[in-house]
Design a protein around this ligand. Structure first.
Ligand SMILES: *Cc1c(COP(=O)(O)O)cnc(C)c1O
Length: 379
């Protein structure tokens, strides 16, 4: 693998020395794709693959499509990755009319590229758009955009086992508006960045802090959709927890301050014997695609999975706790601190969370048979 990549890189330098990737047009990118391997100037971008965290790395291309009042989204296209121009009166800047998504492209051992349930992200964006009074792309356009963005940035997809290409679809109100109402124009865009582990300590178990002052969402609010407006308000809770050495925050319901909801960007599960419990989704929790997939995998392993209100006290009695999300995958929780009391959980080998994690990742990278039909091969 290394030899081949170096060879191709050498070849690139010789034949395409003046054509940096960033100078290629979107059409050239398509040509590049279609004419492999002759035109394949470089299999891998110049990245330190062993030290990827969850940071932004600039890639070559992004996808963009616009839609003006009451029309369908226009045909989108790839362009060089770069800044976008906005009216100062854009709906997203003034009133936070925006949604985001997150999904990943994985490189299998055999070099094939896979997406994981991208249509689920598309559907979630449509539901969110309805909630936020925005027009949204069709499921097909969404999936096609994600696919195009992944393939155009193929050299940024990490080698097998080193990470994945995080794809970030955004739907934002870009039309100018002063009165409080939906923007007259929307932009759908997708950009990408190679990523490794979400938390800075890699796969180390998480130390969560239960927050009882700030809440992430309330009934009737927009906590159930991936609205950009849900995230800035929790930065304060996150930085407070991180400042005290915790990995992240676990939020409680805002009415009783008694039931656990979720972590800042991932869902939570408790294991007790053969029963796995996770908070039910009643509009205050983001319904994760990883959450949904783990529920199916766990049930197929014979665990009893319950979606129900989970009181914070139950954390004291759990055998294991773990979190799920596209960014974190499945992460083991090592401790939870609530009102000054710290509970520790089993970590290490033989955990239920590790079994579920291995199965999920195995399916995502094409190593384990995908009987669920979740994986999309985009070669
Ligand atoms: C995106 C997100 C999740 C995880 O959803 P996945 O579809 O599994 O990535 C969980 N909670 C919040 C608040 C999120 O924004």
């Amino acid at each position: 693998m290394i030899h081949r990549s170096l060879y191709l890189r050498g070849l690139a330098k010789a034949s395409l020395s003046k054509v940096g990737a960033r100078c290629l047009t979107a059409q050239a990118a398509t040509a590049l794709r279609d004419s492999e391997p002759m035109f394949r100037y470089e299999e891998y971008a110049d990245v330190d693959w062993n030290n990827l965290g969850f940071g932004l790395t600039r890639t070559d291309y992004m996808y963009m499509a616009k839609c003006s009042e009451n029309n369908a989204f226009q045909h989108g296209r790839l362009s060089d990755y770069g800044n976008v121009e906005l009216s100062p009166a854009a709906g997203v800047l003034n009133y936070g009319q925006g949604l985001f998504e997150g999904t990943k492209a994985y490189r299998g051992d055999d070099g094939r590229i896979f997406l994981f349930r991208p249509e689920q992200n598309a559907i979630r964006m449509q539901i969110g758009a309805e909630r936020m009074c925005m027009q949204s792309p069709s499921v097909q356009q969404f999936v096609d955009a994600v696919k195009q963005t992944a393939l155009a940035n193929k050299r940024w997809i990490p080698p097998p086992g080193k990470g994945s290409l995080y794809l970030r679809p955004l739907l934002i109100g870009t039309g100018p508006i002063l009165g409080l109402s939906p923007a007259p124009e929307y932009t759908f865009l997708v950009y990408a960045s190679p990523v490794g582990n979400y938390f800075k300590d890699g796969m180390a178990p998480l130390n969560l802090y239960v927050e009882d002052e700030f809440h992430r969402a309330t009934r009737g609010g927009a906590g159930g959709v991936k609205s950009i407006s849900n995230y800035a308000p929790v930065l304060k809770a996150i930085s407070k927890a991180k400042g005290q050495g915790f990995s992240d925050v676990l939020y409680l319901d805002s009415v009783h301050k008694k039931y656990i909801e979720e972590v800042s960007s991932c869902n939570i599960f408790l294991v007790k014997g053969n029963v796995i419990s996770t908070p039910e989704t009643v509009g205050t929790i983001l319904e994760g695609i990883t959450r949904k997939s783990i529920i199916d995998i766990a049930r197929d392993y014979g665990y009893k999975v319950e979606e129900r209100p989970v009181a914070v006290d139950e954390l004291l009695r759990a055998d294991e706790v773990f979190t799920t999300g596209t960014a974190v995958s499945v992460a083991t929780v090592g401790s939870i601190t609530y009102k000054g009391q710290r509970v520790e959980y089993k970590i290490g080998d033989g955990l239920v969370s590790q079994k579920l994690y291995k199965t999920l990742v195995g399916i995502q990278v094409g190593k384990i048979e995908d009987k669920y039909n979740w994986v999309v091969d985009i070669n």
